[in-house]
Design a protein around this ligand. Structure first.
Ligand code: G6P
Length: 370
């Protein structure tokens, strides 16, 4: 078993460290040789069909759903197609409006999740085209979808998903750029610049992993608390939700992810002296707004760890207790970096509390019953 873990104490840690490779493998063969275009041979839609998409629905469960939340912003901003997101267990029961010009994207690491598969079938029954983003070739979801983008994360063993999630983000970036090129919503130079930035992500993740010891210290102090908050705006809020889920799954510490601007409408009442707040502040456009939300919780005694962009240390340090800087990238790509420190915090918190990191209580890797 130790050999399978390649020297790591747990599969989860091994899988966290495999992310640079998973990013490279998921991009491999999907970028043109000149680095200027995304090539997705696995998409069988004609240009006419792509131009005919009026709406996209992203449907998934758990961590895959959180990847879909990032995917929504990516597709809407790159391809200007309206995107809805649903957890699969809700989708079928809200009588969703599915028309033949709807593209339904199901996201599933295993490709076997019962709720996700049922949503796929519901979408097909209603005449929608279905695309799957999955990690498993030949899985039920892969077999039944019209178009399949395989994430190349490699087998994921730990129940808490890490490299599958980030590979799903890479798949969404590729898809967003592909659609933007076909629909001419972004010019070639712009797309090439994003691809250049994407190529830097694996090394940037490595530089985050090199600082794991800092995050272990953060996790050790968090593990003494029974409640905390993750806050952020825009894509930072999507990542906050994944960070909170990761921590809950394996450390059993209760946490809540909140859209930072919404705190004042209720949740702020729960902020008391010493409560840890993990604040993500990577989105340039929302920078000032998020900083003022951080000041709101800080003024009420919260202990704030901010995940920031490198270079912002000076400005942010006055308003927070601790900082963790991620390397500079485009705001759109920041989730592929900012989630990594949150994965490590969850891992080390679980470890500090002596829990079974790879096999948390009550949870299964793949839920094949409804
Ligand atoms: C289970 C796992 C989660 C996972 C979810 C969806 O609940 O414990 O980690 O995110 O299923 O799995 P899928 O294979 O469809 O991505």
């Amino acid at each position: 078993v130790t050999a399978e873990k390649a020297g790591f104490d747990h599969f989860m840690l091994k899988e966290i460290y495999e992310q640079p490779k998973a990013y490279r493998d998921t991009m491999m063969g999907r970028i043109s040789e000149d680095g200027r275009k995304v090539v997705l041979k696995e998409i069988g839609m004609t240009l006419e069909q792509i131009q005919g998409i009026r709406k996209i629905q992203i449907v998934a469960c758990g961590t895959a759903f959180h990847a879909g939340l990032v995917g929504k912003t990516v597709i809407e901003s790159l391809a200007r197609i309206p995107v809805e997101t649903d957890v699969a267990s809700e989708y079928r029961y809200r009588s969703p409006i599915i028309t033949p010009d709807t593209l339904v994207i199901v996201v599933s690491q295993s490709g076997e999740t019962a709720d996700t598969l049922a949503a796929l079938r519901e979408a097909k029954r209603n005449g929608a085209r279905v695309m799957a983003i999955t990690n498993v070739v030949g899985s039920s979801v892969a077999r039944e979808a019209d178009d399949v983008i395989i994430t190349q994360a490699g087998p994921e063993i730990a129940v808490a998903s890490t490299k599958a999630y980030t590979s799903q983000l890479i798949a969404f970036y590729l898809l967003g750029l592909y659609l933007a090129d076909k629909l001419e919503t972004r010019d070639e130079k712009w797309i090439a610049d994003v691809l250049t930035a994407m190529n830097q992500l694996p090394e940037q993740v490595e530089s985050i992993l090199d600082q794991a010891v800092v995050l272990k210290q953060v996790a050790d102090s968090i593990s003494k608390h029974s409640n905390l908050f993750f806050i952020g705006r825009g894509m930072d809020f999507a990542v906050a939700q994944e960070g909170s889920l990761k921590l809950k799954e394996i450390s059993y510490i209760h946490s809540e992810a909140y859209a930072a601007g919404e705190l004042k409408h209720g949740t702020l009442a729960l902020i008391e002296d010493g409560i840890p707040v993990i604040a993500l502040i990577t989105q340039e456009e929302l920078y000032e707004k998020t900083l003022s939300n951080i000041k709101e919780v800080k003024a009420r005694g919260a202990h704030v760890l901010a995940v920031i962009n490198a270079g912002h240390e000076g400005e942010v340090s006055k308003s927070v207790d601790e900082m963790f800087a991620i390397p500079r990238t485009l705001p759109l790509l920041a989730p592929a970096l900012s989630v990594v420190p949150l994965q490590l915090i969850a891992y080390y918190a679980s470890l500090a509390l002596g829990h079974d990191v790879d096999k948390p209580r009550n949870l299964a890797k793949s839920v094949t019953v409804e």
